[in-house]
Design a protein around this ligand. Structure first.
Ligand code: UT7
Length: 336
């Protein structure tokens, strides 16, 4: 049986920094509220018309990851792309990455699991490698939120939280037993699907021709909706459960964790988890302060930054965990 190992990591964020004070000029919000409730100080937004999209940001992150993996783009056997903000309704960005990177005609899969997207994508890639089907899988999480947010006071409960960016990993076959991805655990609870959702455009409720005809500027269904407190309460429970599940499956304990990289949903959620497991500041990596919540991109951006700053070392036990819309949640346990 083969093992799978992360051999390359990369991330890209747009240059344009949007501070909390910048937001307070266009909606009724303020730096104190945002920092106190979320920990966020600033986020990146793609400037309208500057050409960056979910795909192009994903490609930029992927190029760095491929170079660091010391492979050629044509060594990539499969692409998995996680996002909730695709360039097009269809096709998904996986094929656009295959085109833009000029990779031969390998398979490209799109994952739609929002904040848990990267965990799901990594798990899919891991199975393909462990089964022996592929040697190198490119896994990308990328989001362009800013073009789809309600940047008025009406949308402040959501729009101050989300930011743009992309992260990527190359997952490669390894015969180094006991190293690499040890396990992944995935869950969902569709009963709460609408608690964190973007209802339109979708084929479920309304005909496209009706939407065009209505052309209603007050139609909020085009903006993300979040029942913040309900999501928060579920997040802290599910994060904890799925981290314990991952540790137990490998006969490990919280004190064995060298680095926990949680999905960057809210600094208060990360701190709750840190306290619950008795982890010190060096054992948990957070960068939500700089980037906000970049959903599927948040874990690969954070993991790359952690790795670049020397916080991820050979032999370390690294735990990734996410929770979000769906609800979906999951964890990946890695021996680096
Ligand atoms: O990544 C996927 C998973 N996502 C999450 O895990 C997010 C989970 N939820 C949260 O992080 C938090 O619920 C939020 C940060 C979204 C909101 O924090 P909260 O402490 O739950 O605030 P709230 O929604 O209960 O709102 C409290 C007050 C309200 O005013 P009233 O009704 O008390 O007068 C809101 O209208 O804060 C008001 N408010 C704001 N005020 C200033 C909401 N958004 C803002 C804002 N600026 N941006």
């Amino acid at each position: 049986m083969y093992n799978s190992k992360i051999t390359g990591l990369g991330y890209y964020v747009p240059e344009n920094v949007v501070t909390n004070d910048d937001l307070s000029k266009i909606m009724d919000t303020n730096d104190a509220w945002i920092q106190e409730r979320t920990g966020i100080k600033e986020r990146r937004h793609v400037v309208r018309g500057d050409g960056d999209t979910t795909t192009t940001m994903g490609v930029k992150a992927a190029k760095i990851a491929i170079e660091r993996a010391k492979i050629d783009k044509d060594d990539i056997d499969f692409i998995v792309f996680a996002t909730l903000s695709p360039d097009y309704y269809f096709p998904g960005p996986g094929v656009l990455v295959q085109r833009d990177l000029g990779i031969k005609t390998v398979g490209a899969l799109d994952v739609r699991n929002q904040c848990s997207g990267f965990i799901y994508a990594l798990s899919v890639a891991d199975q393909f490698i462990k089964s022996g089907m592929y040697k190198n899988v490119l896994v990308i999480g990328s989001e362009l939120h800013s073009h789809g947010l309600d940047m008025t006071t009406r949308g402040r409960g959501v729009s101050v939280i989300f930011g743009d960016g992309a992260g990527a990993a190359v997952l490669s076959r390894s015969e180094d037993d006991g190293k690499g991805i040890l396990s992944s655990h995935l869950h969902s609870e569709g009963q709460h699907a609408e608690e964190l959702s973007l209802i339109a455009p979708g084929m479920g409720k309304r005909w496209v021709t009706d939407i065009i005809e209505d052309n209603d500027p007050n139609d909020e269904s085009y903006f993300p909706h979040m029942n913040g407190q309900f999501v928060f309460k579920n997040a802290v429970v599910r994060f904890s459960e799925v981290i314990i599940e991952g540790l137990k499956a490998n006969s490990l304990k919280p004190e064995d964790i060298d680095l926990l990289v949680p999905h960057q949903a809210n600094l208060r959620i990360s701190q709750f988890i840190q306290n619950k497991f008795g982890l010190n500041d060096d054992q948990v990596f957070n960068n939500i302060m700089k980037y906000g919540n970049t959903t599927a991109a948040s874990i690969p951006i954070a993991l790359t930054e952690a790795w670049e700053s020397g916080k991820v070392k050979e032999g370390d036990l690294v735990v990734l965990a996410a929770f979000g819309s769906g609800f979906t949640w999951g964890s990946v346990v890695i021996r680096w």
